[in-house]
Design a protein around this ligand. Structure first.
Ligand SMILES: *Cc1c(COP(=O)(O)O)cnc(C)c1O
Length: 448
C-alpha cells in the first residue's frame, strides 16, 4: 500500500508532512506537493490500469463517471474514495478546430474544452479533489482569492459538501458570469479594493488566523485533481502523446499540475513520450515569460494588466512548479498581446466552440509559435481551453460591436483606452426594420 505524504516542492526541506497537516508552505516558505509514492508498474499493470479506465467509461457509478476520479489510481492520497465530492466533473471533449487551425497556419488543431465542466472552467477538476480533502479534514469553512473561476467552482463544490465558503475578489475586475455563480451558490463574497495579488495575500492571512481551509491552487490537492486533465486527454488520444500541449498561464497551478501529471506518468512507466508544454501568458501579466526569456529561475512579480481577467496575475503562486513543467518537457513560455488574444478568441468562436479570453491565449500562442518555427504545421497540438464563452459575455459583445478596449472602465457607460482593431473579425449585430422584404434583401446580399 502506498503511503502518500506532503513535501516541499523544489526545496532543501526534506521533511515529510502528514496529509492531515493543515499547512501550505514548508518551513522554508516553499509551497507543498503531494508525494504519492509511485514506483514503476510493469507492462501488465499498465495494461490493467488502462483496461480499468476503459471499463469505467461504461459504468453508471458517479466515481467512474467523473473525468477526475475515473483515474483515481493517480490519486491514492484520497483513498478509500467513499467521501468524494463530485458533480461529476471532467469528461471534456477534444474538438477538431479547422478554422482555428487555418488561422494558426496548421494542418489540424485540437482543443480540449475544460470550459465544459459543471461550473464552466477547469477549476472543477481541482476543486473536486481539494473539497474532498477539506471534508476529510473536517473543515467548517473554506476560502479562496479569485479572479472569478476559482470562487465559482469552490462555491459550488463547498455547497455540495455542505461547507460554508468565503471568496475574496478584486472589486470591479471580475467577469459577471463568474461573480453571479459565487453569489448564487451561497458563498460569502467579499469584494476588496485591490487586485488579485492583494486578495491572495489577504486570504492567506485570514485563513491562517481564522482556522479556515484555503482552496487556492497553493493547495496541493487542487493540483492533484488538475493532473487528471492530462490523463483524460491521453486516454482520449488512445495514450498517444501529442507533440505539444498549450496552456494559459496565470497563477500557474494548471501548468504545474500538467508537469506533475507527466512526471508521475513517466515514473509509473505509463507513457514513454512526453508532449512539450507551451505556457502562454498575456504580455501585460507575464512574469513567467520574463524569467524564461532572461533564463532566471527567480520570480520577479509584475503589475498585471489584461482584459483576460482569469490570468491577470502578477505574482503567481505556482511559479516554481510551472518552471519545472517547462523544463521537464523541454517546453517553452510565450506571451501574446491583447489584440492577439481577441482575434484568436474570435476564431475559436467561428469553430462553433468559443471560450473566455484567457483561454484564447493558447490559439494566439500557437499561431505565434508556428510563425517562429518552434511548432511545425504538421505537429499534433492540443490547446487547453480553460473557461466557457459565457463566463465573460461583455468582452465578446464589445469585440463584435467593434468596441473592445485594452483598458476598460464600465462605471457609468463603457469607456476606455487602447481600442482593439478587430481585423474584420467582428460580427456586428445588424438593426433592420421588422419587414420581411427588407430582411430578405439583406440576407440575399449576405448569403456566403
Ligand atoms: C484560472 C484560470 C486560468 C489560469 O490558470 P492558472 O492555473 O492560474 O495558471 C486560465 N484560464 C481560466 C479560464 C481560468 O479560470
Amino acid at each position: 500500500m502506498l503511503k502518500p505524504f506532503l513535501k516541499a516542492f523544489n526545496s532543501t526541506d526534506k521533511n515529510k508532512y502528514a496529509l492531515t497537516d493543515i499547512r501550505f508552505r514548508a518551513t522554508d516558505g516553499k509551497i507543498l506537493e503531494v508525494d504519492n509514492g509511485f514506483s514503476k508498474l510493469d507492462s501488465k499493470e499498465v495494461a490493467a490500469w488502462r483496461k480499468r479506465f476503459n471499463a469505467r467509461l461504461c459504468s453508471n457509478k458517479l466515481l467512474d463517471r467523473s473525468g477526475v476520479w475515473r483515474y483515481r489510481e493517480f490519486l491514492p492520497w484520497a483513498r478509500p474514495f467513499d467521501t468524494v465530492v463530485t458533480m461529476p466533473e471532467g469528461n471534456t471533449p477534444i474538438f477538431n478546430m479547422p478554422r482555428s487551425a487555418a488561422y494558426c497556419g496548421m494542418k489540424a488543431l485540437l482543443c480540449k474544452h475544460q470550459g465544459l465542466n459543471p461550473t464552466g472552467s477547469f477549476k472543477d477538476n481541482g476543486m473536486t479533489a481539494a473539497v474532498t480533502q477539506a471534508q476529510k479534514l473536517g473543515a467548517k469553512m473554506v476560502a479562496c482569492a479569485s479572479t472569478g473561476n476559482t470562487s465559482a467552482s469552490m462555491a459550488a463544490y463547498a455547497a455540495r459538501a455542505g461547507i460554508k465558503s468565503v471568496v475574496f475578489i478584486p472589486d470591479g475586475q471580475i467577469a459577471y458570469g463568474k461573480l453571479s455563480q459565487s453569489l448564487d451558490y451561497g458563498a460569502i463574497t467579499i469584494q476588496i479594493n485591490g487586485d488579485f495579488d492583494k486578495a491572495m495575500s489577504i486570504v492567506q492571512e485570514v485563513c491562517e488566523r481564522g482556522n479556515i481551509y484555503l482552496l487556492n491552487s497553493i493547495n496541493p490537492f487542487r493540483i492533484e485533481g488538475q493532473k487528471t486533465i492530462m490523463v483524460e486527454m491521453l486516454h482520449q488520444l488512445d495514450w498517444a502523446a501529442p507533440d505539444w500541449v498549450i496552456v494559459p498561464g496565470g497563477n500557474l497551478g494548471n501548468s504545474g499540475s500538467f508537469g506533475k501529471a507527466f512526471d508521475e506518468m513517466i515514473q509509473l512507466g505509463f507513457i514513454k513520450k512526453l508532449p512539450r508544454i507551451a505556457v502562454v501568458q498575456a504580455s501585460g501579466a507575464n512574469p513567467l515569460y520574463k524569467s524564461f526569456i532572461d533564463k532566471n529561475t527567480v520570480l520577479t512579480p509584475v503589475q498585471a494588466h489584461t482584459r483576460a481577467t482569469a490570468i491577470k496575475i502578477g505574482n503567481p503562486v505556482s511559479f516554481d512548479k510551472a518552471l519545472f513543467a517547462v523544463k521537464l518537457t523541454n517546453g517553452i513560455v510565450e506571451q501574446v498581446s491583447e489584440t492577439e488574444i481577441a482575434l484568436a478568441k474570435s476564431r475559436i468562436g467561428v469553430d462553433g466552440v468559443g471560450c473566455e479570453p484567457a483561454s484564447a491565449t493558447t490559439v494566439a500562442g500557437c499561431k505565434k509559435l508556428i510563425e517562429r518555427g518552434t511548432i511545425k504545421p504538421e505537429n499534433t497540438v492540443v490547446c487547453i481551453l480553460t473557461g466557457n464563452l459565457l463566463k465573460d459575455p461583455d468582452y465578446t459583445v464589445e469585440f463584435h460591436q467593434d468596441y473592445l478596449f485594452a483598458e476598460a472602465d464600465r462605471s457609468v457607460t463603457l469607456t476606455g483606452t487602447g481600442k482593439i482593431n478587430t481585423g474584420g473579425f467582428a460580427n456586428k449585430p445588424v438593426k433592420l426594420e421588422a419587414d420581411a422584404d427588407v430582411i430578405l434583401e439583406y440576407l440575399l446580399k449576405n448569403r456566403s
